[in-house]
Design a binder for this molecule. Structure first.
Ligand SMILES: Nc1ncnc2c1ncn2[C@@H]1O[C@H](COP(=O)(O)OP(=O)(O)O)[C@@H](O)[C@H]1O
Ligand SMILES: [Mg+2]
Length: 257
């Protein structure tokens, strides 16, 4: 595979909400490089901008300013249509509240992203079968979300996020609605994904999630206040790109287009 060295790069990324007196700088001039294969955990108090950052990185929200690259491609100026297409193919989202389609079975939920991306029904079904097996839910394929436990729902949501073999999986408090046994199952899954080299950005309050990440960033008032590499610091070609661990690289070059 000819993977780009960085899954995500952001420069001076900004997102404001409201105006004048009510203006909130939800994301305030953030610089970020996420090497392909890294698991990044983002923590911080409620309201510090974690969800907004995740939405910006995945193209669910548009930045007010700054620049964003996914797999080396500049994406902040894309049209709605191009952005939607990119999002479908390159990003998998996992939300605290699962956001499964209640009328569809587990398997149909997992098939959906592949179908939307243009896969044949047969290919989508095959892929969904593999992914449900991977998250240990083959026996729940035909169940509607309402018939599943919280942990099972989140595992279906993770399978769905993987449907199009995304460049990056973005997870927002993925264990936030789960009891501790279910959270453990979900964490184990993320750990497997990490070991498989899946690029992951996980927003979390859960110390156990943070402990399995390669890198831990803390946010306050829309900005990074701490950035710790816990493990998996890149060596060889990645390190040679320079400045990775300091968070102050010279800036993306030659990555546009
Ligand atoms: N759609 C919105 N309209 C207005 N303010 C918003 C909106 N979304 C988020 N905010 C504000 O932006 C800040 C960051 O929110 P958020 O990214 O949800 O933080 P977190 O996920 O860390 O709790 C908060 O002050 C929040 O109130
Ligand atoms: Mg949030």
């Amino acid at each position: 595979m000819n993977a780009a060295p960085f899954a995500i790069q952001a420069r001076s990324l900004r997102r404001e909400h409201g105006e004048q007196q009510t203006l909130v700088r939800a994301v305030d001039e953030i610089d970020l490089d996420v090497p392909t294969g890294q698991t990044l955990a983002v923590t911080g108090p409620s309201g510090c901008g974690k969800s907004t950052l995740l939405h910006l990185l995945g193209g669910l929200e548009r930045p007010t300013g700054g620049a964003l690259w996914l797999a080396g491609r500049r994406v902040d100026g894309l049209s709605e249509r191009a952005l939607a297409r990119l999002r479908r193919r390159t990003v998998g989202f996992v939300f605290q509240a699962f956001h499964l389609v209640e009328e569809l079975s587990a398997r149909q939920n997992v098939e959906l992203p592949a179908l939307l991306a243009g896969a044949s029904p047969r290919a989508a079904r095959h892929r969904a079968g593999e992914l449900l097996d991977r998250v240990g839910l083959t026996h729940r394929s035909r169940h509607l979300p309402a018939a599943l436990s919280g942990g099972e729902r989140q595992r279906v949501a993770i399978a769905r996020a993987l449907a199009n073999a995304p460049l990056v999986v973005l997870a927002d408090e993925p264990t936030g609605n789960l009891d501790s046994a279910a959270a453990r199952d979900v964490l184990r899954l993320f750990e497997e994904l990490r070991q498989d080299g899946q690029t992951l950005v996980i927003v979390t309050h859960d110390d156990r999630v943070a402990a399995t990440a390669d890198r831990l960033v803390s946010m306050r008032d829309g900005a990074f206040v701490d950035d710790v590499w816990l493990a998996g610091a890149p060596a060889g070609p990645l390190a040679a790109l320079g400045g990775l661990a300091t968070g102050t690289p010279g800036g993306p070059t030659g990555l546009d287009g």
